[in-house]
Design a binder for this molecule. Structure first.
Ligand code: FES
Ligand SMILES: [Fe+2]
Length: 358
């Protein structure tokens, strides 16, 4: 049966889920190609937290709470950019920090017993995995590389680290984050919700992996001569990704990596979604399409057939998720029966209940 309504509506359960699913696991913050040079940064914002994700002089990715060690002010306000002088400088009294988080300037702070070394920025654990930046707010028991080793092996030929973002679309969806994950993991709705997608893939032909506690997912085979997922199923002159085998050119993968990365390798691009829960009934979703830079550099490079296609499919999915949220919020809602083709959803619900200690 589906979960009781409170899992989608209760602010207290939402808060607990944020703690357990988001602050106590690796979450995907974005793509490392967004910060190619030392001092480039973007902000990762989750609930009340803001984290500065940057690259240090050695080229390593570092992350720090966006909280000044003087009187606690937020420091970076712009969502992304390049830090002037490769320093994080607080706008309040101009304390400044290096890319390693060390306090390097503290005007007027000098007095006996004061040592800058005592006031570095508070770090957040960051790891680079296949071109993605993952953050952990707590103490991880495993690295991302260990957790996702099977996914990395399966999709090694996509060379995800080499791909660059071509397009980003941000959505504000009035639905609980779990409804997005659930909807992502079944295509029984495809014939009804996605008339443009259904001709390209067999909605009953998904090849799902055995669910585990790190991710759920599977692959969908293209059909009717479709070469990729786009309007008309055409690649519009784009090459297949260079490392793929013949067989890997015939399907798209759809992997929900808990809690917030939806990873979808396609024959000629990578599609990612990251989920950012804002309230029990609201989720921000960042959708990005990534292509090989050499493909993007071609004068005739065109990808709107894929980008606009996913914008349409996304909107169809978000709309149905909002309808789910609205119905589940009704006093008439009671849990309903999953069908035998919804076993991934049941597995996800079991994880939600297990992590909630129920
Ligand atoms: S609060 Fe940042 S310098 Fe004072
Ligand atoms: Fe869908």
């Amino acid at each position: 049966m589906t979960l009781p309504a409170r899992y989608y509506t209760d602010p207290e359960i939402f808060r607990k889920e944020l703690e357990r699913f988001y602050f106590n696991r690796w979450i995907c913050a974005g793509r490392s190609s967004a910060i190619p040079n030392p001092g480039d940064y973007f902000l990762c914002e989750l609930a009340n937290e803001s984290v500065i994700v940057t690259r240090d002089n050695a080229g390593d990715i570092r992350a720090f709470y966006n909280v000044c060690r003087h009187r606690g002010s937020r420091m970076c306000e712009e969502q992304e950019g390049s830090l002037p002088g490769k320093r994080i400088t607080c706008p309040y009294h101009a304390w400044s920090y290096g890319l390693d988080g060390a306090l390097i300037g503290a005007p007027h702070a000098e007095r006996p017993g004061f040592s800058r070394a005592d006031y570095p920025l508070k770090p957040v654990r960051a790891e680079h995995w296949e071109g993605n930046v993952f953050l952990h707010f707590g103490t991880p028991t495993e690295t991302v590389a260990e957790l996702l080793a099977r996914v990395a092996t399966k999709f090694a030929n996509w060379r995800m680290s080499d791909l660059k973002m071509h397009r980003r679309i941000v959505y504000d969806v009035k639905a609980n984050w779990k409804l997005i994950v659930l909807n992502y993991n079944e295509c029984l709705h495809c014939p009804f919700v996605h008339p443009e997608l259904n001709p390209l893939t067999d909605y009953l032909g998904a090849d799902n992996e055995e669910p585990n506690s790190t991710y759920i997912g599977g692959v969908m085979f293209l059909r009717n001569g479709a070469e990729t997922m786009s309007f008309g199923g055409s690649r519009s002159g784009r090459a297949f990704l260079p490392g793929l085998t013949e067989e890997q050119r015939t399907w798209a993968g759809f992997y929900a990596i808990y809690p917030n990365l939806l990873l979808a390798p396609h024959p000629d691009y990578l599609l990612t979604h990251t989920l950012w829960p804002k309230a029990a009934d609201r989720t921000e979703i960042v959708c990005e399409l990534h292509f090989p830079p050499e493909e993007m550099a071609k004068p005739k490079f065109y990808a709107d057939d894929a980008g606009n296609f996913w914008d349409l499919i996304n909107r169809q999915d978000w709309h149905i998720a909002e309808l789910s949220q609205a119905g589940i919020s009704s006093r008439a809602y009671v849990p309903g029966p999953y069908t035998k083709r919804e076993e991934l959803l049941r597995a996800f619900d079991q994880d939600v209940l297990a992590i909630d200690g129920e």
